[in-house]
Design a protein around this ligand. Structure first.
Ligand SMILES: [Mg+2]
Length: 203
């Protein structure tokens, strides 16, 4: 097995925590649907899938949300509400910084959308310090679709066990492992840090 040459990070629940409950409450407060229903409508919905696969614009996404929930906020307000749900996971941000100091290339590999990325880029400086970004909505595919993993291999110019990949979702990790990547299923920061240490990338 090769020693990892690059580290590929999932974003949500690996480097930043998020809570769609916050969006749901703000949308419910300015519409006619209850917060629990709004959350169900957004979280893992076909609508969010379409948006994060790049099949609809943020304007279309906003319009669909308004139609379904009665939300009355304009596009700018919606963008703020939808983006402002993230909180950096400090030990993981620190791990990333340690890897950078050691000269190890790092990449973001995320099922995500333009509103989230715009907000994260503006608010969290660590996000600018990666060698590359493989974002679902820019490639018309979502993890665990093979197409998106192929983009990672192309962009990193690495494959198999040269790639170390961290993600909190089992199906995503399994798709990486099936390609021979070294993988860490993130269950807690502590466990992930211990696993990276065991590989020998950090001391
Ligand atoms: Mg995740």
């Amino acid at each position: 097995m090769n020693f990892p040459q690059v580290v590929v990070f999932d974003l949500g629940k690996v480097l930043v925590d998020f809570d769609y409950g916050i969006v749901a409450r703000k949308i419910a407060a300015n519409g006619h649907m209850a917060a629990t229903e709004v959350q169900k409508f957004i979280d893992h919905s076909p609508l969010l899938f379409r948006y994060e696969t790049g099949l609809m614009t943020k304007e279309q996404f906003h319009e669909e949300i308004c139609k379904a929930t009665g939300y009355r906020g304009n596009m700018q307000e919606f963008g703020q509400v939808f983006g402002d749900i993230f909180e950096p996971i400090a030990p993981m941000v620190e791990l990333h910084s340690t890897l950078r100091k050691k000269g190890i290339p790092t990449y973001i590999f995320s099922n995500t959308n333009e509103l989230a990325i715009t907000h994260i880029r503006q608010n969290f400086p660590f996000f600018s310090n990666f060698d590359g970004y493989i974002l679902s909505y820019e490639h018309g595919a979502m993890k665990p679709q093979a197409k998106l993993y192929e983009v990672v291999e192309r962009e990193t110019k690495r494959r198999g066990s040269e790639i170390l990949y961290l993600d909190d979702r089992l199906e995503n990790i399994e798709a990486g492992a099936a390609r021979g990547w070294r993988v860490i299923l993130q269950e807690s920061s502590e466990k992930s840090l211990a696993a990276v240490r065991a590989i020998g990338l950090i001391s």
